[in-house]
Design a protein around this ligand. Structure first.
Ligand SMILES: [Zn+2]
Ligand SMILES: [Zn+2]
Length: 149
């Protein structure tokens, strides 16, 4: 997870570089919004500073108003629609990269699993990995679960 990380979309039209900087550890989110947005069982996120991310290629954005009223924006490749990162208007300066778009994600196992209350029943989480029924409720709690090592 150290150093410059690179990644991109499925078709290659979008490429990005993530400079070293403040990086949270990856986590899995099993909320129903992530399930629907990804069409999968959970999504794998890593919190970063948006300013550390340099993207080349045309992006499309989709927005969604969360129950809290926060506007979540997700950006992906305009051609192949691979989703690259998301941002939230309540967390200025931060973004959440979609870990599966990294060129090398094999060491990006989730440091925590959130929203296990809506986890699909066929997924078994290793016993030594922290879980929450919902998600961290404060910045301090976010750092406690998935803050930088
Ligand atoms: Zn693409
Ligand atoms: Zn989620």
């Amino acid at each position: 997870m150290e150093g410059v990380l690179t990644g991109g979309c499925l078709c290659g039209a979008v490429r990005y570089e993530l400079k070293p900087g403040f990086r949270m550890r990856p986590y899995a989110c099993h909320c129903t919004d992530c399930q629907r947005r990804t069409g999968s069982a959970f999504s794998l996120h890593m919190g970063i500073m948006a300013k550390d991310l340099t993207i080349e290629g045309e992006l499309n954005e989709g927005t969604f108003v969360q129950p809290s009223g926060a506007i979540s924006t997700i950006a992906g490749c305009a051609k192949c629609m691979s989703r690259i990162y998301a941002a939230n208007d309540r967390r200025a300066g931060l973004a959440s990269i979609r870990v599966g778009t990294l060129d090398d994600a094999k060491n990006m196992s989730p440091a925590a699993h959130f929203w296990v209350s809506s986890k699909q029943p066929w997924i078994t989480i290793p016993e030594d990995i922290p879980t929450l029924e919902t998600q961290p409720q404060s910045s301090q709690e976010w750092l406690q679960y998935v803050g930088p090592e």
